[in-house]
Design a protein. Structure first.
Length: 217
């Protein structure tokens, strides 16, 4: 016990080391190619010095645990209920415990679970980087603006640039939301101004002019 206490206190005499930033990997995981790409992203981040949580690698394996529950006589519906809650609580904790989240939007449509995780991360003020090299998009080459706004309307198409994007955000010391000089109150104010413009202007040219003044950077 004495030795344990000694070793626990020893780091106090060492030079403080910078905390390693933790990144949550959010994206599609439903086939081998999707998992391979997510693992590639995780490895790139880890090689750049980040700690990473990759759900299918570091989280709960639903299939294995479900079999264990069933083998112990737990009814199928009860086992699924327990495991679904465990996955939800663990993933929410890991998102909130992370410093940033990488959102992989590749796929015919972005992964629903990843969208929820990204929304939680944005609301919590985490750094968010969006990646996609998929030509498919929501409207005329544009991605969903409600998703793109999570990263300050920035998106990477080069997977190798993901670590550097996080390093730039952390070096600036601010989240994408704060870097836009808005914050939650600013976003609400902008939304209110846009609503007033839409409700008071009687032609599209006037609306376009006001939106240019309000939003053009």
């Amino acid at each position: 016990m004495v030795l344990s206490l000694f070793f626990m206190s020893a780091p106090a005499f060492e030079t403080a080391q910078p905390l390693v930033k933790k990144i949550y990997c959010a994206g599609p995981l439903f086939n081998a190619k999707e998992r391979e790409e997510m693992e590639q992203i995780a490895v790139l981040l880890e090689k750049s010095g980040f700690r990473v949580f990759l759900p299918h690698r570091d989280g709960i394996n639903l299939a294995d645990l479900l079999d264990s529950f069933l083998a112990n006589g737990v009814p199928h519906s009860k086992a699924l209920d327990i495991l679904n809650k465990a996955i939800f609580y663990l993933d929410v904790f890991k998102v909130l415990d992370s410093d940033g989240l990488i959102l992989n939007m590749n796929g015919r449509v972005p992964d629903e679970g990843a969208m929820v995780e990204a929304g939680i991360a944005w609301h919590a003020g985490k750094a968010i980087v969006i990646y996609s090299d998929d030509a498919r998009s929501l409207v005329s080459g544009n991605d969903n603006p409600l998703v793109m706004g999570l990263s300050g309307f920035n998106k990477l198409s080069d997977i190798n640039k993901i670590p550097q994007a996080f390093k730039a955000i952390f070096a600036a010391g601010t989240s994408p939301e704060k870097r836009s000089d808005l914050g939650t109150e600013g976003l609400v104010s902008k939304g209110r101004q846009i609503l007033e413009t839409l409700s008071t202007k009687n032609n599209s040219k006037a609306v376009a002019r006001d939106l240019m003044q309000l939003l053009d950077r």
